[in-house]
Design a binder for this molecule. Structure first.
Ligand code: CA
Length: 232
């Protein structure tokens, strides 16, 4: 469970971010000031830092500079100013990305995931899928990036592959459409919930064809989302 250090002095923004991250199974430590953040960073084990640029005691850039002396964790900046200067300064100081306010919490979660995946911290989720290996009907071959159903390789599009993989990682767990969008699309803002439904429909028909219609593997939880049938 990745541990995120969030430094944000506006409680309303911090609250929505903490909620969004915890919903997505991150552990979050939130501080209001840069000095509290650095104290936490010195004593805690963090995988990621989200730094607001405008803090009461020092800038987020300064926090990043000092953080870099003790840690190499990825950093995402939150900035109220859409200035080129912030961007260049932030990234030169060793930040990995930045987001301009106002933003959606979903966008932040997607960025954190993308950066962790890029830097290898989420490797266990993308390359090792022990749960799926044991599924009676579906099997993932990570090196070939193929999913087999009842022994037949499925001819999936890239998005279908990623969607099904997310479901396979946690059989029985219900994923909302938003969560599926965040996991399977690099730019979730560009697509809608209906896109998820359309892809699920297509995956279902491919699963049905491969398994001779034997199983309804993807369950719809009305008003909630989708889940993969737990292993029998
Ligand atoms: Ca601020």
């Amino acid at each position: 469970m990745p541990h995120v250090l969030l430094v944000e002095d506006e409680p309303a923004i911090a609250d929505t971010l903490v909620y969004a991250l915890e919903t997505e199974c991150f552990t979050v430590t939130h501080t209001l000031t840069g000095s509290d953040a650095l104290a936490a960073a010195g004593s805690g084990n963090f995988d990621f830092a989200i730094l607001d640029i405008g803090l009461p005691d020092m800038t987020g850039l300064e926090v990043c500079r000092r953080l870099r002396e003790i840690s190499a964790i990825p950093v995402l900046f939150l900035t109220a100013r859409d200035g080129e200067l912030d961007r260049i300064l932030g990234l030169e100081l060793g930040g990995d990305d930045y987001v301009t306010k106002p933003f959606s919490p979903r966008e932040i979660v997607a960025r954190v995931r993308a950066i962790l995946r890029r830097t290898g911290a989420l490797v266990s989720q993308t390359h090792e899928t022990p749960a799926s290996e044991k599924h009676a009907f579906i099997h993932h071959d990570p090196s070939a990036m193929r999913i087999h159903c009842a022994g037949t390789p499925l001819d999936l599009t890239a998005h279908e592959y990623k969607l099904l993989l997310v479901l396979m990682e946690h059989p029985g767990r219900v994923f909302t459409r938003d969560q599926l969008l965040d996991h399977a699309w690099q730019d979730p803002g560009a697509v809608t919930d209906r896109t998820v439904d359309a892809h699920i429909k297509s995956i279902r028909s491919k699963l049905r064809a491969a398994s001779n219609g034997a199983e309804n593997l993807i369950e719809t939880r009305r008003g909630l989302g989708y889940s993969l049938a737990p292993k029998s």
